[in-house]
Design a protein around this ligand. Structure first.
Ligand code: 8YV
Length: 321
């Protein structure tokens, strides 16, 4: 029997392609070309499945042009690239990769928080530029992490893993805001206290954003929220571009309205707002929070399991619709 045809839209581990090749006739993109929407549509013409990376907009227009498509399997947790209602209407399922990157992303949240609070990249640039001539009492004096107040906006699995690191690893007071309050046992396990968004903005020393992107969470942090933050506070975004109004953040950083920011995600990435590149009190990374080899491998394996589960056995392991 002929194998079913699938498309892998970007470069991936050779092991992942080998695994997929056991079950499917695979067209891959190891050159890692960035396709236009029309190129993606053309490549999907005879395919029943797509291995996707959270970067390809799967909407009504694409679905109407790809009648053979049955499943799009993101190797990511976030799935704001899927128009799920259009997919459901077209009879196409979307899957994501839950429970593969929680701890790795929480680790990175702390990497960004530590680097931001302790001005790691700013001081490294200074050193590399040959500007370090002598010791000075306030050289790159930052803010403490231990014992401070950590405010988490978005208390899903990653938020909870960050809360535990803060409370138990760094002795931080953890407050959080979420669409719905956690049950008492989960709050106790994270040693976290529910507060209003306003209280969180006004009292946290470090604010960590881990909410999924949606129309509702667009610009969760804009000029008015930044105005509520302490002038000594740090803001960390490892959720999605668009959760923060990057232009407003650049102004707040420039005016030292807040102390510093650590950003792994950007509005319109891979483009970065030019003003964010010129302020010194910022740590910038290119959307790498989940990027360790074992975690990226686990994410890829989950997408494989979804494609195999659905196309060969009629059941995806983590269907979204
Ligand atoms: C991905 C992520 O690397 O899984 C997610 O939601 O944010 C990251 O792990 C990213 O989505 C790639 O597009």
């Amino acid at each position: 029997m002929n194998k079913q045809k699938i498309l892998v839209t970007r470069a991936i581990f050779p092991e992942t392609l080998a695994k997929l090749g056991r079950y499917f006739d695979v067209e891959s993109n190891q050159a890692d070309d960035i396709w236009t929407k029309q190129q993606l549509i053309d490549k999907l013409q005879d395919k029943v499945g797509a291995f996707t990376f959270g970067l390809e907009r799967i909407d009504a227009e694409l679905l109407a042009a790809c009648p053979t498509l049955k499943i799009c399997a993101n190797m990511t947790v976030g799935y704001n690239n899927f128009d799920l209602s259009a997919m459901t209407a077209a009879g196409v399922i979307g899957t994501n990769a839950p429970d593969t990157l929680t701890e790795t992303t929480a680790d990175f949240g702390f990497a960004l928080l530590m680097a931001t609070a302790r001005r790691v990249t700013e001081s490294e640039h200074f050193l590399r530029a040959g500007k370090w001539k002598s010791w000075r009492f306030d050289m790159f004096a930052g803010s403490d992490v231990h014992g401070s107040t950590l405010g988490i906006i978005g208390m899903g699995k990653i938020g909870q893993a960050i809360a535990k690191r803060g409370a138990f690893g760094f002795g931080m007071k953890v407050i959080y805001n979420n669409r719905s309050r956690l049950d008492v046992a989960t709050e106790a396990a994270c040693k976290a206290r529910y507060v209003s968004k306003t209280e969180l903005l006004q009292t946290a020393d470090h604010i960590m954003l881990v909410v999924p992107y949606s129309a509702e969470s667009h610009h969760t942090i804009g000029a008015s929220e930044l105005a509520l933050m302490k002038p000594t506070a740090n803001l960390i975004n490892l959720a999605r571009g668009g959760i923060v109004d990057d232009a407003a953040l650049a102004v707040a950083l420039k005016n030292q309205q807040i102390a510093a920011a650590g950003l792994d995600v950007f509005e319109g990435e891979p483009s970065v707002h030019p003003d964010l590149l010129t302020v010194p009190n910022i740590v910038l990374t290119p959307h790498i929070a989940s990027s360790t080899v074992p975690t990226r491998m686990a994410m890829a394996n989950k997408a494989v399991d979804n494609l195999v589960g659905f196309l060969l056995h009629g059941r995806a392991v983590s269907a979204l619709n």
